[in-house]
Design a protein around this ligand. Structure first.
Ligand code: HEM
Ligand SMILES: [Ca+2]
Length: 660
């Protein structure tokens, strides 16, 4: 089949057998065409009846969409043992796959109100319900806690997220059209002209929701291919992600040379650190006014790392520092084993081992908690008990982060957040607690007394929130509040962001997942509680208008997993692609030049763990429970760190001259 695109728009083509019927796409808009098919690949068995394959466009000349991306020139690839910093050339045939500054992937077509960039509207043409209103009614605060998993499980999820995607936001100065609040949460002048900033009236005597009687919401719109000037007038604006899609610790190393170079020490393969009170901390961010609250007192620490979100909340920063120190720990060990290696070799070898450890922890320790062990095995996301390589790399699988994943499904786990963070001593006693909203973008906390170690232990002792519709007010009333009484609402932001990205509705996305599609509000009771359906009915004009972000988060959890069927479908699909679409995935041994040796792979499998990571990189932690995403319990007691398995780095000693 040869399709010539004359009027470039996003075209979705479903065809029965992509393997036998090659598609050729050319013409002016070819590079904006994505090809989607809902075929079930032969080697993946559906669990919930879904399974997507996006057969990539054919490779070819300059018109080949796979080698082009809006505003970026296609890189020239040389085969390397090491990943590039920006993810380019991971896929040698489609070198831009997974790179920063490229559009998110999609499972379903854009759902913009005007077809190209405006926020969606209801089927009858009215504005959709106000996101803040939806948040207040459907996602209130009930402190229900998880009986098994600890806050570290929640917090590690944010680390994984920051490795995978980052929505580019338009500078505040360009966002006036959609800014409706001043810094005190009061309605600003332009609010009346913008239906999306409509105030929400809450009972005047309801001090929690609003002391002023009204609430409004600031919202910064996402940057898209349109803002870059490369989307034709009648093609949908594609939101951009700005970090590498691959699970490659871009949050530690950066997603571009410009980010990576300033954080390298330039010797010993190390990343830059600053020594204070005998401990290593990240370097200071020269742009402190942009990234930290400490802008007002510039002498406070404000860290620079591979990801600009590093300072966002204390526990995120704790884990970023753990990861920074782990890199240097590996580099130091390698340098002792191989004194003849130069800075670059030490850096790249340490980075490669570090990424492998984290991929192992993510897939074998973290993801089964949320995606379900059985689900992951059946869908070939993990191979428990495997010895030797798992050669499942597939160059036709696109690792690009799906918008449905980043803007809806994975954000569901904001529900796990706890507003007060416990400080825990080495004897596992409570020695204090901090309120999250006092410490957004203010990493100073970590360097006060023994807070770093106390917070790190707190992660492993405190329970995470239950995966449900209840959200902590620290993030729905007080997010980034600075010196103000009230702050932002993360749930309302998630909902508004879904519309900003033109996500397909809840019902349409269910259909794409091959799940039963509701034909009425009443039908939705099959997947969520009657009370929730009743509230949805009061908010939305039609069941067909319900946002994916909202409907997905209200579904009952699939047994063994911590999300409902729609989000589980999206998460499973994403993490399948993230694994199978990564030529450097740590278990892949198909290519001798990039593979670990069999014994190196075995030591990563047996030695890399969340517990070990904390033990090795927090100097105050000498005791840890073996399963560090799980609360301490009779079957998971703290033990001496020395008794926990470790990665044997001596297997990287260069006795054979293999390493150059
Ligand atoms: C500890 C607290 C956390 C805070 C304060 C927080 C806050 C935020 C904020 C402010 C955004 C950007 C919202 C926007 O403007 O669109 C965001 C995005 C996001 N968050 Fe969180 N978050 C936290 C934890 C988590 C966790 C635990 C997960 C998942 C396990 C998660 C997943 C995501 C995802 C997927 C995005 C979108 C990333 C992208 O831009 O592509 N977050 N979060
Ligand atoms: Ca990445």
């Amino acid at each position: 089949v040869h399709i010539t695109v004359r009027n470039p728009r996003q075209i979705f083509i479903q065809h029965s057998n992509p393997a036998q019927t090659p598609l050729r796409i050319s013409g002016a808009g070819a590079r904006f065409v994505k090809v989607a098919s809902v075929n079930q690949p032969a080697d993946r068995l559906p669990v919930f009846g879904y399974g997507f394959s996006n057969p990539p466009p054919p490779l070819g000349s300059g018109e080949d969409p796979a080698t082009q991306t809006c505003g970026l020139s296609p890189p020239f690839c040389t085969k390397s043992k090491y990943r590039s910093i920006d993810g380019s050339c991971n896929n040698l045939l489609r070198p831009v796959w997974g790179m920063p500054q490229t559009p998110y992937g999609r499972l379903v077509p854009y759902n913009y109100g005007d077809g190209v960039s405006a926020w969606p509207i209801s089927r009858s043409g009215n504005p959709l319900p106000n996101p803040r209103d939806i948040s207040l009614r459907l996602f209130p605060d009930r402190q229900l806690i998880d009986p098994i998993w600890n806050l570290n499980a929640q917090q590690w999820g944010q680390i994984i997220t920051h490795d995978m995607s980052l929505t580019a936001g338009i500078a505040q100065s360009h966002a006036d059209r959609i800014t409706c609040c001043d810094n005190n949460g009061l309605l600003a002048l332009d609010a009346t002209t913008n239906p999306f900033c409509a105030p929400i009236l809450v009972p005047p005597n309801d001090p929690v929701h609003s002391p002023q009687g009204t609430q409004c919401m600031n919202f910064v719109r996402t940057t898209s291919t349109r803002d870059r000037g490369c989307t034709p007038p009648n093609a949908p604006a594609e939101p951009l992600t700005t970090v590498t899609a691959y699970m490659d610790l871009s949050l530690v190393y950066g997603s571009s040379a410009g980010q990576a170079n300033p954080i390298r020490a330039g010797a010993g393969g190390r990343l830059l650190t600053i020594l204070r009170k005998g401990q290593e901390w990240p370097p200071q961010d020269p742009n402190v006014t942009l990234t930290c609250e400490s802008a007002k007192s510039p002498n406070e620490p404000c860290y620079l790392a591979g990801d600009i979100r590093v300072n966002q909340n204390p526990q995120l920063t704790v884990l970023q520092i753990i990861l920074l120190r782990e890199h240097n720990r590996i580099a130091d060990t390698l340098s002792r084993l191989n004194p003849h290696w130069d800075d670059e070799t030490l850096f790249q070898e340490a980075r490669r081992i570090h990424i492998a450890e984290i991929q192992h922890i993510n897939y074998y320790e973290y993801l089964p908690i949320f995606l379900g062990f059985e689900n992951m095995v059946k869908n070939k996301l993990i191979y428990p008990g495997a010895h030797g390589y798992v050669n499942d790399y597939n160059p036709n699988v696109d690792p690009t982060i799906l918008d449905e994943h980043a803007t809806a499904a994975f954000r569901h786990f904001h529900t796990l957040i706890r507003g007060y963070l416990k400080l825990i001593s080495e004897r596992r006693e409570l020695v204090g607690a901090v309120r999250m909203s006092d410490w957004f973008n203010r990493p100073l906390l970590l360097e006060i007394n023994d807070s770093f170690n106390n917070l790190a232990r707190g992660l492993t002792v405190q329970e995470q929130g239950f995966s449900d519709q209840f959200w902590d007010t620290e993030i729905t009333q007080f997010m980034f509040k600075r010196n103000n009484t009230f702050g932002g609402d993360l749930r309302a932001t998630d909902i508004q962001r879904g519309r900003d990205h033109g996500l397909g509705t809840y019902a349409v996305t269910r259909a794409a997942c091959g799940l039963p599609v509701p034909k009425s509000f009443r039908d939705m009771q099959d997947f969520m509680s009657t009370e929730n359906v009743k509230i949805l009915r009061g908010l939305y004009e039609s069941f067909e208008d319900v946002d994916l972000v909202v409907g997905g988060s209200l579904e009952r959890n699939v047994p063994g997993a911590q999300a409902g069927p729609t989000f589980l479908c999206i998460l499973t699909e994403q993490f399948y692609r993230t694994r199978v679409g990564d030529r450097y995935f740590f278990e892949n041994g198909a290519d001798r030049d990039t593979a670990f040796t069999p014994s190196q792979l075995e030591t990563i499998r047996s030695g890399a763990s969340m517990a070990r990571l904390l033990c090795d990189n927090a100097d105050g932690i000498n005791l840890m429970q073996p399963r560090a995403f799980q609360q301490i319990s009779p079957g998971n007691q703290v033990v001496s760190c020395d008794d926990l398995p470790a990665v044997d780095l001596s297997l990287w000693q260069d006795a054979s001259g293999l390493f150059k």
